[in-house]
Write a protein of this length. Sequence first.
Length: 202
Amino acid sequence: MTCERISDLPVLVAPGLFLAACLAFIPFTTDDAFISFRYAENLLAGHGLVYNPGERVEGFSNLLWVLLIAALWGPGIDPVAASKVLGILSGLLAVVLAIDTLKRIGTSRPGIILAALMLSLDTGLVYYSVSGLETSLFVLELTAVLNFLIVSLAVFVLVKQMNRLFKEKPAPPAAPTTKECPFCHTEIPIAATRCPHCTSQL
């Protein structure tokens, strides 16, 4: 097996392990998720982002998650199922993106494989990916930001080095056209043999 194929193993195996682990926890749904479901339900009913109609109290801290649940609930998708699908997809993308980030920073192949296995089988990530909460989406966002910063830094360094390589060299200084008379200290043409001011022989 070539080195390239070995380096691709985490990308191929880790998502499968993560999905298999999620299936083991799929029946679990935390009760806190139903707070988001309630806000999404009232939003779809036209009451706005409220827990109880008529009571303007903001009791959620995950606006994007509530809006995503509402967007999937609108066409008739069960909110519990929608939250699990969103959570698992977010966790899956976070695993793949984390592996990509490790490759970008030059992590060794054994290190990438070990990290991929640990992340894909991490009970915390798996547990919260199927819990109905927005945790895995937040993990995905953090991983994406880290990946973006690494890529941006690499591009910045590359562009800076290219600018240094292709920077125009300064033009050589022009040859002098005048000189100073050693007797009267005035500027005279460089080819002059007699000072036009003091008439001294040069």
